[in-house]
Design a protein around this ligand. Sequence first.
Ligand SMILES: Nc1ncnc2c1ncn2[C@@H]1O[C@H](COP(=O)(O)OP(=O)(O)OP(=O)(O)O)[C@@H](O)[C@H]1O
Ligand SMILES: [Mg+2]
Length: 324
Amino acid sequence: MSDELERILRQASRPQRPAPDPRLRVPPLVKGGLPLDGGPTLSLETDVKPAASPAAGSVPKPHFPASKPVELSAAVSSPPTPAARPSQVQPADATAYLLRTVGLYKSYRKGSIVIPVLMGVELTVREGEFLAIVGQSGSGKSTLLHLLGTLDAPDRGEVHFQGHRIDNLPAPSRDILRNRHIGMIFQFYHLLPELNALENVLVPLMIANGVWTFFSRRKQLRNRAAEVLQSVGLGHRLKHKPRELSGGEMQRAAIARALVAQPELLLADEPTGNLDKRTGQEIIALLRNLNQRQGLTIVMVTHDQYIAGQADRVVRLVEGRIEQ
Ligand SMILES: Nc1ncnc2c1ncn2[C@@H]1O[C@H](COP(=O)(O)OP(=O)(O)OP(=O)(O)O)[C@@H](O)[C@H]1O
Ligand SMILES: [Mg+2]
């Protein structure tokens, strides 16, 4: 049972619930008989308790085996809202996928002009897979990645992560999901310029732990961040600010920041787009290594066929859909 994801979803369902009538109250169950009510509430400050053993130094987080079925529809005691209604198309092995989209549509509006970008994207990503999404400039690759990472919401359709629908979660729950379960890297790194590499990598840990817990564990968390930077080959640049790093080093720092909370999924938008060929190749080798050694699932958007060819599978976004 994915305890933490369940808590995120439980919190998400709370504001929509009517006040329960105590006479009619029956604890809702998920498969396996775990009560969904009465558990701890989730907040950025209090949800994460210090690990019993301080050795790990990471954000305490259970792993959510994607293979365990969870009946989310049973988690809400009131009838689901139209937005929260589970997909009609639920294949028997829906939870075998780490990530799955169902008929994603997204348009942008600029004044009276509507720009249709995604028109029914159906995509599945298996746990441990390294998937590349290619397509022409403007075909909607970044738009799709933003929807997968819940940075933006689709007009229509659904995104499922570990068998749970995530596209309709409220913003605080989406923030927690991204903080702990979905790492993201971008073409232009998006590091905070005033912070050095180590501090940039510490930011997600500070958010996940809350300020007070963070300060009480800061030595341990700093060690953790330094370790991750070391693992991506940046152990010698901990105190360098982004402007004092090369492009490849900035991307390594961004990868370390994306991975420090040990997410299950890494979304990469043109991670080599701003790098020379050799440096780009080093970054892909690093991603490949993380995928093979740590089983990290990666979805990478690129327009570079050679880079894409190094993934396990390549799909093409054409006219708003995934070309089969
Ligand atoms: N916020 C926005 N408002 C209006 N139009 C947008 C917005 N964001 C993107 N678009 C338009 O949506 C289309 C898809 O953009 P997107 O950035 O997803 O393409 P892309 O495939 O990532 O392109 P590239 O390879 O150049 O990065 C483009 O035509 C773009 O102009
Ligand atoms: Mg793009």
